[in-house]
Design a protein around this ligand. Structure first.
Ligand code: ADP
Ligand code: MG
Length: 560
C-alpha cells in the first residue's frame, strides 16, 4: 500500500557488505554517519536463515538461531560468492562452514539449507534489503540507490554478483568501490591531505592490505594484497580449541561437541576475545556441555591476554608478513608510510596494534571505528556522487586476468596491480580449417589456468575462416571499477563483436575446445607500482568526475 508519509529519497546511501558484519551509512549535514539497524545496532551480522514459513531472517535474529540450528544458518557466504563450484576447491572451503555447500543452477557455489539450494546472490540480496529497509525507517524516506563496497580482492564474477544482489534488493548500485579505497575516503576526503596510507583491514574472515596515495581528493591505490583465509574467525577458533583442551585436561575426559555446542563454544570464544580487547582477563561460562559419556557439565574458565597472545601470535605474524609483501610489491619501506589506517573489528585487539606500532614506529590511526569506517567511506562516495562533487578514485587490478592456453597454461593479459581503467590485448592465431568456439578467461596468479578462478568463457562462434589462418585480436577493457568487457576483431574478415562472458561450461570443457590455437600477448613491461605511486604515468587515466560516472553504464553483467 502506498504510504504518503514516506517520502521518496534522491539521496544515496553507502553500504559495507561485509563477510561477517554489514553496515549502512549516509551523509547528513556534511558528516557521514552510521544508520542504526532495526534493533538499534550499528552493524548487522551478515547471517541469513529461514523461518518456518521459509521467510528469510537476517542479522542479529539470524545469528541467534545459529545455536539452535547451526547447519541451517548461512554465514560468511561472501567468501564464496561468485565462485564456480569445483570439486577439490569446495572440499577446501567446506570445513569453514557448518552449512552444506552445493552447486546452484548456474554451477556457482550455493548454500544448502532449509531443504533447498540457496544461491549466494540471494543471500547477499537479503542482507542488502535489510539494510535498505533499516535506512528507510531511520531516514523516513525511500531509499533506492547505494554505493556498495567489496574487497579489493574480489574478481569479476564476484563484483557482478554483488551488483545483481543489489538489484534484487531494490537498490540501484551506482558504484562498487573497493573497501580500502572507501576507508581512505573516510580518512581523507575534502581534507586536502597529501599522504601515503597503508590500510590494514583485518575483518572476520579475510585480511586485506592496500597502499593508497592520497593527493587532495585523488585516491590512488598503488598496491593491494591479502589473505582470503585469515580473520577474526581464526582467532575465535584458536580460543575455542584452547578452552576445550583445558577443560578436557581438567576433567581428564573428552568433550564431544554437537554442532550446537560447537557454535556455543565459538560464540563464547568470540565474546572472550572482545572482552580481552578492553580487559586483561575474561571469564567464560558455557552451561551444559556434553561429555563423551553423555553427562553434562558447565564449562567455566578464565582466559587472559597473555594466553590469547600466545595462542594467536602466529596469526598476527601472518598479517605482518603480508604487510611486508605488500610494501615490497610497491617498492616501499615502512618508513615511507605516513599513516596506518585500522580497518576491521579484529584490529581492536591490542596485540595487533602493538605489532603495527613496532613496525611503523607510530601509532596507527584510531580516529574512526574500524568496523564502521568502510561504510562511512561508501556514504561519502555516495554523497559525492549525488552532489556531483569531484572525487577521483584510481584503483589497481587486484589479480591478473588472462586466458587459458591450449596446453592448459595461464596466459596473463592484464597483470595484477595494473592501474585501471586499462586495456590489454591478446592475439589468437587460428589455423586454417579450425573453428574457435570458446576461450576460457581466468583470474589469479597460478601458472595453470585451472588453478585460477574461472571467470567464464568467451564465445567466438562465427569468426573462423576455413581456408586460411586468421588472426583474431581480443581487447580486454577494464573500467574504473575493475569490471571486464572483451572485444574481438578479425581484421582479415572485418569481424568485430563485443563478447560477453558465459559460465555454462566447466573450465575443462572450455580448455578442450581451444585445440591448436596459438595465443600471444605483447610482453608489456609489468606495471611499475613504484612509478605509479610517484605520480601521473604515461597516458594515465586522469578520470574526471563527469565522464567517470558516465562510464559506469552498460556493464558486462547487466547486459547478460
Ligand atoms: P567484516 O569481516 O565483515 O569486515 P568486521 O570488520 O566487523 O567484519 O570484523 C569482524 C571481526 O572483528 C569479528 O571476527 C569480530 O570478532 C572482530 N571484533 C569485533 N570487535 C572486536 C573487539 N573488540 N576485539 C577483537 N575483535 C573484535
Ligand atoms: Mg570489512
Amino acid at each position: 500500500m502506498h504510504n504518503p508519509a514516506v517520502r521518496e529519497s534522491d539521496r544515496s546511501i553507502g553500504i559495507d557488505l561485509g563477510t561477517t558484519y554489514s553496515c549502512a551509512a549516509i551523509v547528513e549535514g556534511g558528516r557521514p554517519q552510521v544508520i542504526r539497524s532495526r534493533l538499534g545496532y550499528s552493524t548487522i551480522p551478515s547471517v541469513v536463515t529461514f523461518d518456518d514459513q521459509g521467510q528469510p531472517v537476517v542479522g542479529q535474529d539470524a545469528e541467534r538461531r545459529t545455536i539452535l540450528q547451526p547447519e541451517e544458518t548461512i554465514y560468511g557466504s561472501k567468501r564464496l560468492i561468485g565462485r564456480t563450484y569445483l570439486p577439490g576447491v569446495v572440499e577446501r572451503f567446506q570445513p569453514h562452514f557448518q552449512y552444506k555447500l552445493g552447486p546452484d543452477q548456474d554451477g556457482f557455489v550455493a548454500a544448502c539449507v532449509g531443504g533447498r539450494t540457496v544461491p549466494l546472490v540471494e543471500v547477499s540480496s537479503y542482507i542488502l534489503r535489510e539494510l535498505r529497509i533499516a535506512s528507510q525507517r531511520s531516514l523516513g524516506e525511500k531509499v533506492h540507490r547505494a554505493v556498495v563496497t567489496v574487497p579489493a580482492y574480489f574478481n569479476e564474477n564476484q563484483r557482478g554478483f554483488v551488483r545483481e544482489a543489489g538489484r534484487r534488493a531494490g537498490l540501484e548500485i551506482i558504484r562498487i568501490i573497493n573497501e580500502p579505497t572507501a576507508a581512505a575516503l573516510c580518512f581523507g576526503f575534502n581534507r586536502a591531505e597529501h599522504k601515503r596510507l597503508l590500510v590494514f583491514d583485518l575483518g572476520g574472515g579475510t585480511f586485506d592490505v592496500s597502499i593508497v596515495d592520497l593527493d587532495g581528493n585523488t585516491f590512488t591505490v598503488v598496491a593491494t594484497h591479502g589473505d582470503t583465509f585469515l580473520g577474526g574467525l581464526d582467532f575465535d577458533r584458536r580460543i575455542a580449541e584452547f578452552l576445550q583442551q583445558r577443560a578436557e585436561e581438567r576433567l581428564d575426559r573428552e568433550i564431544i561437541l554437537s554442532p550446537s555446542d560447537r557454535q556455543r563454544l565459538r560464540l563464547a570464544a568470540q565474546d572472550a576475545k572482545h572482552q580481552l580487547s578492553e580487559l586483561p582477563r575474561a571469564a567464560v561460562q558455557i552451561p551444559m556441555m556434553k561429555l563423551a559419556d553423555g553427562t553434562k557439565i558447565d564449562l567455566t574458565d578464565t582466559i587472559d591476554r597473555h594466553d590469547l597472545d600466545e595462542i594467536t601470535g602466529d596469526l598476527v605474524d601472518r598479517t605482518v608478513a603480508v604487510v611486508n609483501e605488500t610494501l615490497a610489491m610497491a617498492s616501499l619501506q615502512a618508513k615511507e608510510i605516513d599513516e596506518v589506517l585500522l580497518v576491521g573489528g579484529q584490529t581492536r585487539m591490542p596485540a595487533v596494534q602493538k605489532r603495527l606500532r613496532e613496525m611503523f614506529g607510530r601509532e596507527p590511526t584510531k580516529r574512526i571505528h574500524p568496523d564502521e569506517v568502510v561504510a562511512l567511506g561508501a556514504a561519502i562516495a555516495a554523497d559525492a556522487h549525488d552532489r556531483d562533487d569531484t572525487a577521483t578514485l584510481r584503483d589497481v587490478l587486484p589479480l591478473s586476468i588472462g586466458i587459458g592456453g591450449a596446453d592448459g597454461s595461464f596466459i596473463p593479459v592484464i597483470p595484477r596491480n595494473t592501474p585501471v581503467p586499462h586495456e590489454g590485448v591478446a592475439t589468437l592465431e587460428i589455423p586454417a580449417g579450425s573453428q574457435v568456439m570458446k576461450i576460457g578467461v581466468f583470474q589469479g596468479e597460478k601458472k595453470t589456468a585451472k588453478a585460477n578462478e574461472f571467470l567464464g568463457a568467451l564465445g567466438l562462434e562465427g569468426l573462423a575462416v576455413a581456408e586460411q589462418p586468421v588472426s583474431c585480436e581480443l581487447v580486454f577493457s577494464l573500467d574504473a571499477e575493475c569490471l571486464l568487457r572483451v572485444r574481438a576483431s578479425v581484421e582479415a574478415t572485418g569481424f568485430e563483436r563485443e563478447v560477453t562472458l558465459g559460465t555454462q561450461q566447466t573450465p575443462d570443457q572450455v580448455l578442450e575446445q581451444l585445440g591448436k590455437v596459438r595465443i600471444s600477448v605483447p610482453t608489456a613491461a609489468p606495471p611499475d607500482v613504484a612509478t605509479a605511486a610517484a605520480g601521473p604515468r604515461g597516458p594515465a587515466p586522469q578520470i574526471e568526475k563527469k565522464g567517470f560516472w558516465q562510464r559506469l553504464k552498460g556493464w558486462l553483467f547487466e547486459d547478460g
